[in-house]
Design a protein around this ligand. Structure first.
Ligand SMILES: Cc1cc2nc3c(=O)[nH]c(=O)nc-3n(C[C@H](O)[C@H](O)[C@H](O)COP(=O)(O)OP(=O)(O)OC[C@H]3O[C@@H](n4cnc5c(N)ncnc54)[C@H](O)[C@@H]3O)c2cc1C
Length: 591
């Protein structure tokens, strides 16, 4: 029986204490340059920061190579965004599973796919053109070994041929996407195991990260939860080796010495408003629904701590370019955390922080989307930026000029319109509200009450008239009043488009439903920030490189906090963790 992700997540009881995921950081973080301490509280050969898709593999590899390892994790539980993920892992280059299914792949083919200048999205943006060749070569050479390593460390992948489903930017020549089976691990989204019927076939980050947690413990990695790295110690702020890190454990300050190396696996920067606005000034505070929160944040603490000891950033276009899932259209509305592939349910350990599950939108014909002034801005059925995968260019001939020439220009500008603002001199598009009526609730089979919607924090409103609804919308990010007359006029005009069958303003394909039957609703439907694809400059060994192009001795990084690699998620993080762990363990210990 085929069950959808939604079915899996529905229904569970009991609330448990939440985790302490930080809120979006808009001021300076605490990761500052540090004076070397006079006293170390703990020490290990290798210190890993973050227990996500980079950190756990890095820690296990280093420990199994004979180094002692301390892993610090800011949150109450391991896993980072990786455990909340779909578990779709595009590792290729000739894996045992590719061979089993007769798929001819190689490190060279993978390398050329991920550096192919001729791959262009339908909106004209090149996915891979700005990838750092040295970093991609290392990924291509270590991709299949990383996959086999995951399998050897307890990750069970769904038993089927690799495909292109669920991930993005996975390459064009051959299918590479593998899917971690959820098995019977309790899911962080619900607090319960998935339905037994689909435990071997349903892909989830829980099935990736819980086996790795078990492998790390078995290997002897010391995992310190609720230990947040607040700074990196280097001999001097701009010279000599990295010596260790400063940590905050619920107010207690500790210094942890690293005799060989520190590995940064802190998961990126899109949760830090000032940091992310270096790449896109539009991404102001109202984009508060970061995918993966509130399980864990990505607050740029790794990047800032490394910069404070001289590190450089790298491959910045990959964060600015309009492809993939750096910014996404929400999938659930009426809640703060509406990322389309992650719904928090009562029973999840973080539900008290998520506060609501949201209403999953099945058909965007059932709502209109308006900005802070109550005005529509785009066809509501419009989509987010797209991303490459196997067969997205068809036919695809590697490095042929015809690839770019054959792409039909077809921009997805929904997000650009949503982020455009209201012409009042401010950056950012402000809140976007989904407006709908009682008939839409019936059609979508929604129950628009808590805990499905977040009334208390101002992410959901209802009223018997449109004017009352507009007047009720008062919340932190709604920095201007929503004029009731605007909302009434917008709905009246939209209803006339339903009568005529033509959306004269934004070309929505045949508007289907009037908004007419009270009560009326306004649900938060603001875009969601997600991936970090630009970060610290690293080399092929995942060593962090400074502004002079020199390696910072004893400092490594991988995953979303590392730059130079435009690919969504898990594969590059796991592979770079694998590379970093190996090289860090091979360093000579300082006495
Ligand atoms: C809902 C969702 C679905 C996804 N689905 C997929 C998918 O199917 N396929 C795919 O390829 N990718 C997917 N991704 C992306 C993927 O999960 C991430 O790219 C990947 O987890 C990044 O790995 P990382 O190690 O860089 O960061 P993370 O996995 O986020 O780990 C970072 C860890 O560092 C910790 N940390 C941060 N700062 C500090 C600090 N100062 N001190 C101590 N600890 C710190 C964090 O708490 C976190 O635990 C998804 C992401 C989300 C949110």
């Amino acid at each position: 029986m085929a069950l959808k992700r939604r079915d899996l997540l529905l229904g569970s009881a009991g609330m448990t204490a939440g985790l302490a995921a930080g809120s979006l950081a808009s001021g300076p973080t605490s990761a500052q340059a540090q004076q070397s301490p006079t006293k170390w509280d703990r020490d290990a050969d290798v210190v890993v920061i973050g227990s996500g898709a980079t950190g756990l593999p890095a820690a296990i590899v280093a420990q199994e190579s004979g180094s002692s390892v301390i892993l610090v994790e800011a949150e109450k539980d391991i896993g980072g965004h990786a455990i909340t993920s779909g578990g779709n892992v595009p590792l290729g280059g000739g894996t045992s599973v590719q061979k089993k299914y007769g798929i001819a792949d190689s490190p060279d083919l993978l390398f050329r796919d991920l550096t192919d200048w001729s791959v262009v999205e339908a909106n004209g943006f090149p996915d891979y053109r700005y990838n750092d060749r040295e970093i991609i070569r290392a990924f291509a050479d270590n991709s299949a070994p990383s996959f086999e390593w995951l399998v050897a460390h307890g990750v069970i992948f769904v038993d089927k041929a690799p495909d292109a489903q669920g991930g993005n930017s996975v390459g064009n020549s051959v299918p590479r996407e593998m899917h971690a089976a959820v098995k019977d691990w309790p899911m962080v989204q619900t607090g319960k195991p998935a339905n037994p019927i689909i435990q071997a076939t349903f892909s989830s980050g829980n099935g990736l990260m819980r086996p790795l947690e078990a492998a790390a413990k078995k290997a002897g990695v010391q995992i310190l939860l609720e230990h947040k790295m607040t700074g990196i110690y280097r001999q001097t702020p701009s010279s000599g080796p990295v010596l260790g890190i400063a940590v905050d454990n619920n107010g207690t300050k500790l210094n942890i010495r690293a005799r060989k190396a520190v590995i940064i696996g802190t998961g990126g920067s899109t949760g830090n408003v000032n940091f992310r606005r270096m790449f896109d000034p539009r991404l102001t505070e109202e984009y508060c629904g970061l995918a993966g929160m509130p399980w864990s944040n990505q607050d740029a603490s790794g990047e800032l701590a490394a910069i404070s000891v001289g590190a450089s950033l790298w491959g910045l276009y990959n964060q600015t370019g309009e492809f993939g899932s750096n910014v996404t259209k929400p999938g659930e509305i009426g809640c703060q955390y509406g990322y389309r592939n992650l719904q928090w349910m009562p029973g999840s350990a973080v539900f008290d922080r998520a506060r609501a599950s949201g209403l999953m939108v099945g058909n965007w014909q059932n709502v209109i989307l308006v900005n802070m002034l109550g005005k529509r801005f785009y066809d509501e059925t419009g989509e987010q930026f797209i991303a490459n995968d196997y067969k997205s260019i068809d036919p695809y001939v590697q490095e042929s000029y015809l690839n770019a020439k054959n792409i039909k220009y077809n921009p997805n500008n929904f997000l650009d319109a949503a982020l455009a603002g209201i012409d009042d001199g401010h950056n950012g598009g402000g809140p976007i509200w989904a407006i709908f009526d009682a008939d839409a609730v019936t059609r979508e089979k929604w129950n628009p009450t808590p805990p499905n919607v977040d009334v208390d924090a101002g992410f959901f409103y209802s009223a018997d008239t449109l004017a009352d609804l507009a007047n009720k919308i008062v919340m932190k990010y709604q920095r201007v009043a929503l004029p009731p007359a605007n909302l009434e006029a917008t709905v009246a005009r939209y209803n006339s488009f339903v009568d005529s069958g033509t959306d004269e303003d934004f070309g929505k394909p045949k508007p289907l439903y009037k908004i007419a039957k009270p009560p009326f609703y306004a649900a938060w439907a603001t875009p969601v920030v997600h991936d970090t694809r630009a970060g610290l400059r690293i080399n092929a060994s995942c060593q962090v490189v400074d502004m002079n192009g020199q390696v910072i001795p004893g400092l490594y990084c991988g995953g979303e906090s590392a730059g130079g690699f435009s690919q969504h998620g898990l594969a590059r993080a796991a592979c770079q963790g694998y590379i970093a762990g190996k090289h860090a363990a091979a360093e000579t210990a300082r006495t």
